[in-house]
Design a protein around this ligand. Sequence first.
Ligand SMILES: [Zn+2]
Ligand SMILES: [Zn+2]
Length: 465
Amino acid sequence: MSIRIKFCGGVRTVTGSNHLVETDKSQILLDAGIFYGHRDEYYAVNSKFSYNPAKINGLVLSHAHIDHSGNIPTLIKRGLHCKVFTTKATKDLCRLMLSDSGKIQEEDIEFVNKINRRKNLPARKPLYTEKEALRALKNFRGISYFEKIRLSKDVECTFFDAGHILGSALTLLEIKEKQRKLKLGYIVDLGRPNLPLLNDPVILKDLDYLVIESTYGNRFHPSIEEAKAKLMVSVNQTIARGGKVIIPSFALERTQEVLFFLNELIKENKLPSIPIYLDSPLAINITEVFRHHKDYLDKKTQGLFNKGIDPFPEERITYIKKVEESKRLNKDASPMIIIAGSGMCESGRILHHLKNNISNPKNTILVVGYMAQNTLGKRIVEKEPVVRIFGEDYELKAEVSIINAFSGHADKDDLLNYVRSSNGNLKKIFIVHGDLDQSEAFTANLKDSGFAAYLPQKDEECELE
Ligand SMILES: [Zn+2]
Ligand SMILES: [Zn+2]
């Protein structure tokens, strides 16, 4: 009898988390995320699997981010028929996130096929469509934190709060082997203490093995309080000069955090009560999932709900669903805050708001999230004097204000503290989910602290003894 773990994706890189735990009796997958790369690489990597999806006995999903959940519909199309276990909140978020991912792929492929037709190249297909994403949801089973479930003959699983995004889970796998149970902790993604709306991560103890993320394996975050303070300063300065604040934001978690802080700042009289517009149907639907799953939020937020206080109140925040309402905002020159997606300014309604506001020095583009290379968001962060939007050039004259403190990931200290607190008789710690420099540095840091840390290669299989 042997127990093995194979690192099929999301190792030595951040995206595409996918790991296979194998015993003589079962095959369990941990996450099945989308790998992000240039278009050809994206479709090549995400459609190739180094195992047979039809043979998987159970899939455990840590949270709703697409780099963890986004390839589940592809696996189902390729024969995966087992249940997908995740928290109830993640299941509801996935309904929105996966169908959005299917829709984006359909639009992207439509664009590619237009070019291919002109070049007489064969038509391409998305990994999955919006419809196929929704069909995949039928395999999902929502369970609660602390509820132990059986995945297969010899493997059980329990979820604990990861404090990373709504519904995010740390996974404990208990694998039966002769007279004992081997305990494997899957700590991906790990949140950080004191994030608004969320509980602090639960520390899993007495583990034999640990698989842990390393996105910020060698970097520190400013405190989350700093994010709130900077938000206040930036908005106040923009209002003082009669401008608009344009916030490109990810629909899941970051948007709700920004809304929560803006609402608090107004209540604390640190911001005047100016109009706030959430111009993103996806973010609006996700905010509704937050309201529906209050029990996943921290005590402070639950306390507000219990007193009948909505942390995202409609009397302060205007939720915009219709395109016409969105367009109307351009005609109103008074100070306001507009939050829209996509987070990296690659698509969505944010593009219209940028087009209309980026050349006015009174306005502020407030960056609250990570901008990847080769995105419009990155060009704005780098303050390029002229940027292209919808094929036209626009002078970047608005102020660009960047807040780095919003991260939902544990930083260098949080990660080291987590492993130290977890301690027990850890035989080995596998480092995943990080750019190579971050993963290497975290591995080295753990080794310096006396831990048996190991940075696997992609598709490497390791024995768990
Ligand atoms: Zn995540
Ligand atoms: Zn992740």
